[in-house]
Design a protein around this ligand. Structure first.
Ligand code: NAD
Length: 492
């Protein structure tokens, strides 16, 4: 077990938080593993002031030098993969193998933005006259608040922190109150940066709200629930601060008839998309729409995969499914499944505690017969539950896929080109995956249609989110223009 860090990082100094103490629970053992102090009002003020101060020099630092420093962040994180992965497992419950993957994606993200951050600072555009130079400059805003949930605490921070820094901004970062430790453990990976460029605080919604409301914070990058995201959006609009919102989802997963010979693969892919991180992924597949001619075979194949999954200690190699993050999250998922059952659905497999004596376990479930209006098919579940629904046609599948207020991701299994083209164009989601669920790409923008979000992370769009756009118009000659006053010159 690595040493768990509980100190905040403010202005380059590691300090004990003097605000409200937060007991961090291990969701497997249900024991408190550490107590982290949120920042006092004075400490949060100091963190934001430090970011403001540091931003002045950081935005003047050549992008190529910032890139070198970000590569060094990546190297340091990579060297600490084991301890960081263990910390994320301890506080979040995700299997160690998935957390080692998470750290490797964090490293890749820092490397990606280290490079594209030094690739361009805008563009030259055609000028109005030949004596002129016209440009579009991309500039840092100054200070960004980065507010993150608990399911991928380091990855979702990296998606904000790496581009914000690459663009020349300083930051104040706040992890979820459920998983602050792994974020605070990043301090040694950041100590070669100028003090104050990255500040790491802890705390719950009140700390997030204080960061969001502070006029010294130019923008807020938020990942979390739709409910909280709307509050962050409103608070930012009140003072016209920049805002990027990554919120919830209810991702559909469509199985087409032409995949009949590959249903075993599509079932493995579907189970992974539904149960990864105990279904606590913003792009978890939460609604399976299966063509009726392959429905029975698909359900059987899916159930076989679910029954074979190893539930248990997330630190053990070979564990497929760890506990959910908290008793609260588990209770919400159990209530949604119970409500579907009282509406006529059947739990074909899973749904209990998976035979575990302790820990917030919810055994991966397959549910059939759920009516479309039940919460299990219309609201975010965020747990390891796969409701499977037969559909008569691709039209019906696409209509159902688009029937919620969400639009984060969507998965389709088909090898029919016409079906791919139709789904690609008609499914309303920020990412549409064909035959390879949930694969992210640093270069591919990530974000939601509809209430799933506003703006994009990753890719060039994910860098531009942290840049202000300035049009610069330079006339090389100092001479009057023919369209200036006096208009009498045009008379007649
Ligand atoms: P949450 O909305 O409860 O909290 C997210 C973060 O916001 C936490 O750090 C929390 O302390 C902070 N916060 C709470 N109230 C705040 C306020 N008023 N102002 C500012 N900050 C505040 O979400 P959660 O339970 O931590 O995470 C689960 C949710 O995150 C799910 O809905 C999931 O879909 C979503 N999520 C989305 C993505 C994505 O990229 N779209 C990725 C992962 C998770």
């Amino acid at each position: 077990m690595p040493e768990l860090e509980t100190r905040l990082l403010i202005g380059g100094e590691q300090v004990v938080g003097q605000g409200e103490p937060i007991a961090v629970e291990n969701p497997f053992s249900e024991e408190t593993v550490a107590t982290v102090g949120a920042p006092s009002d004075e400490q949060l003020d100091a963190a934001i002031a430090a970011a403001r101060e540091a931003s002045r020099e950081w935005m003047r630092t050549p992008a190529v030098d910032r890139g070198e420093l970000l590569h060094e962040v990546a190297n340091r994180i990579e060297a600490r993969t084991d301890e960081l992965a263990q910390a994320v497992t301890t506080e979040g419950g995700k299997p160690l193998i998935e957390n080692a993957d998470e750290i490797s994606w964090v490293v890749a993200c820092f490397r990606y933005y280290a490079e594209i951050g030094r690739d361009s600072a805008g563009r030259v555009i055609p000028s109005i006259e030949s004596t002129q130079l016209a440009m579009v400059l991309k500039e840092p805003h100054g200070v960004w608040g980065c507010i993150v949930p608990w399911n991928y605490p380091l990855l979702l921070l990296a998606w904000k922190l790496a581009p914000a820094l690459a663009a020349g901004n300083a930051t104040v970062c706040k992890p979820s109150e459920l998983t602050p430790i792994s974020t605070l453990m990043l301090a040694p990976c950041l100590e070669h940066l100028p003090p104050g460029v990255v500040n790491l605080v802890a705390g719950g919604g009140e700390v997030g709200a204080a960061i969001t409301a502070d006029p010294r914070v130019d923008g807020v990058a938020f990942t979390g629930s739709v409910e909280t995201g709307k509050k962050v959006g409103h608070a930012c609009m009140d003072r016209v601060a920049r805002v990027n919102l990554e919120m919830g989802g209810k991702d559909p997963f469509i199985i087409c008839s032409d995949i009949a010979d590959h249903l075993d693969v599509a079932a493995r892919g579907g189970a992974w998309a539904a149960y990864l991180n105990a279904g606590q992924v913003c792009t978890s597949s939460e609604r399976f729409y299966v063509m009726e001619d392959v429905y029975d075979d698909y359900v059987n194949a899916f159930v076989a995969v679910a029954e074979g999954l190893v539930i248990g200690d997330p630190m053990e190699s070979g564990t497929d499914i760890g506990p959910m993050v908290s008793a609260n999250q588990r209770a919400k998922v159990a209530a949604q499944v119970e409500s579907a059952v009282s509406d006529g659905a059947e739990v074909v497999v899973g749904g209990g505690d998976g035979g575990q004596a302790r820990g917030h376990f919810f055994a991966p479930a397959v549910v059939t017969g759920a009516p479309s209006e039940t919460a299990l098919l219309s609201e975010e579940t965020f747990g390891p539950v796969a409701p499977i629904v037969p559909v008569k046609s691709l039209d019906e599948a696409i209509e159902l896929a688009n029937s919620t207020p969400f639009g984060l991701g969507a998965n389709i299994y088909t090898q029919d080109f016409k079906t791919i083209l139709r789904c690609m164009r008609e499914v309303k989601a920020g990412t549409v995956w064909f035959n390879d669920p949930l694969t992210d790409n640093d270069a591919g923008p990530f974000g939601g249609f509809k209430q799933s979000g506003l703006g994009r992370e990753l890719g060039r769009e994910g860098l531009e989110a942290f840049q202000e756009t300035k049009h610069v118009h330079i006339e090389s000659e100092v001479a009057p223009k023919e369209w200036w006053y006096p208009y009498s010159e045009y008379a007649g």
